[in-house]
Design a protein around this ligand. Structure first.
Ligand SMILES: Nc1ncnc2c1ncn2[C@@H]1O[C@H](COP(=O)(O)OP(=O)(O)OP(=O)(O)O)[C@@H](O)[C@H]1O
Length: 217
């Protein structure tokens, strides 16, 4: 049954999402490890809805058919937490009552055992986004760019199998935005993570360098 699934990455097989009987998304795409599929289209077209489908948190108002796979494993019926998706939104959504390090520790997989190993993993994740030494900081004291990096480090620390990015750069100014997207795409390549990127910004799509899918319109 799985004979056609011979490649790693994210595979969306005849995914159709409908709202009130009307199809708003229909697509078949493969996203290779480290590659980015950019999802564009007008407001209300269904871009975030597609991410919700892949993440497993589609609102019951929608109906969906088709299948989703990560590394040849079907995830269509799995609960969100069993899909291991790394999700970034417009806002970094850091836990305000935890230090930067605490935010990362919280996201580490349970398989990373022992205080020392967990701390080491957390420090390495921070270092990986250029924020070594900031583990004790209160997130409220960070700049917007630093918060975005912590959010990325937290997602990467969770050992995701794919990244779902919903306008993650849109609140950053132009220079930071360019830096941040380069960092995200570099990390995705380094970790071999397929990426679904929702954006309105053509420059994001160009920087991503992968396929672009247009929804709606
Ligand atoms: N929970 C929900 N119940 C019913 N309809 C919804 C729900 N969430 C979204 N919608 C509708 O589904 C459609 C797709 O919404 P979605 O948020 O996916 O669009 P989008 O392309 O991401 O838009 P934007 O670019 O503005 O973020 C819209 O018509 C929206 O009004």
């Amino acid at each position: 049954m799985n004979s056609r699934l011979t490649e790693a990455g994210l595979f969306l097989d005849r995914v159709t999402i409908a709202l009130d009987g009307r199809e708003i998304v229909t697509l078949t795409r493969r996203v290779a490890p480290g590659a980015v599929l950019t999802v564009m289209g007008p407001s209300g077209a269904g871009k975030s809805t597609l991410l919700a489908y892949v993440g497993g948190f589609l609102d019951p108002a929608f109906t969906a058919s088709g299948r989703a796979y990560v590394d040849d494993v079907e995830i269509t019926a799995l609960k969100p937490e069993a899909r291991h998706m790394g999700i970034l939104f417009q806002d970094p959504l850091l836990f305000p009552h935890m230090s930067v390090g605490g935010n990362l520790m919280f996201a580490l997989p349970q398989e990373v055992r022992g205080r020392r190993a967990r701390r080491e993993r957390m420090c390495r994740a921070l270092e990986g986004v250029g924020l070594a030494g900031l583990e004790e900081r209160d997130p409220a004291t960070l700049s917007g760019g630093q918060k975005a990096r912590v959010a990325l480090a937290r997602v990467l620390a969770s050992a995701p199998r794919a990244l779902l990015l919903d306008e993650p750069f849109s609140k950053l100014d132009a220079a930071l935005r360019a830096q941040m997207r380069e960092l995200v795409f570099a990390k995705a390549r380094e970790s071999g993570l397929p990426v679904l990127l929702v954006t309105h910004d053509v420059a994001d799509a160009q920087a991503a360098g992968g396929d672009i899918v247009e929804i709606g319109g």
